[in-house]
Design a protein around this ligand. Structure first.
Ligand SMILES: [Mg+2]
Ligand SMILES: [Zn+2]
Length: 188
């Protein structure tokens, strides 16, 4: 079974701007393209999991979301990087679906579709709810200090649970993940 890196989108890969409904507003965070390219080169599946309740709220037509994701792919390609699959939850929080993070539904779907061992995988995000989705299915958790990360670190220090690692940004998160993985492979 393969392992994967699950990634939040806003505040983790690209700048957090509230509801992103315009491809022209998409900005990759510094180093994000290179970090994803490193995972691509290591043949680690990169699976994006993003809550998009703006769809249910009527602010974001599904076609606009696709346009934003095409732009994301285009900007990543300029860095020689790609995301293997993007999963999004279109539901309103009140719908109590099984895919809106912190629920792990998107991770479970991805695991089934890509043959991923969740207990050997990682999740990277800028919010406790991202990490909780991974924790519920046995992934290791990395909080990045971009987006909401600084506020979330303070909150999690008292409210818990603490992330397995706190990284300055996606680049440091990927470095930690690849190092851990190498060490564990060497332990066998
Ligand atoms: Mg985020
Ligand atoms: Zn959902």
């Amino acid at each position: 079974m393969k392992w994967a890196v699950f990634m939040d989108r806003d505040g983790t890969v690209n700048e957090e701007v509230g509801y992103l409904d315009d491809p022209a507003g998409l900005r990759l965070l510094p180093g994000a393209g290179e970090a994803i390219r490193r995972l691509n080169a290591a043949r680690v599946p990169v699976l994006l999991v993003t809550n998009q309740s703006a769809i249910a709220r009527g602010y974001l037509p599904a076609a606009r979301l696709q346009a934003v994701h095409q732009e994301l792919a285009r900007q990543l390609a300029a860095h020689g990087a790609h995301i293997d699959h993007i999963y999004h939850c279109p539901h309103h929080p009140d719908e109590n679906c099984s895919c809106r993070k912190p629920q792990p539904g998107m991770l479970q779907q991805a695991a089934a579709e890509h043959g991923i061992e969740l207990a050997d995988s990682f999740i990277v995000g800028d919010k406790g709810t991202d990490l909780e989705a991974g924790r519920r299915v046995g992934c290791r958790t990395v909080l990045v200090l971009t987006g909401y990360g600084p506020d979330e670190r303070r909150r999690l220090e008292t409210a818990g649970p603490r992330p397995d690692f706190v990284a300055r940004d996606l680049s440091e998160a990927v470095e930690w993940i690849l190092t851990r993985q190498r060490e564990e492979a060497g332990d066998d």
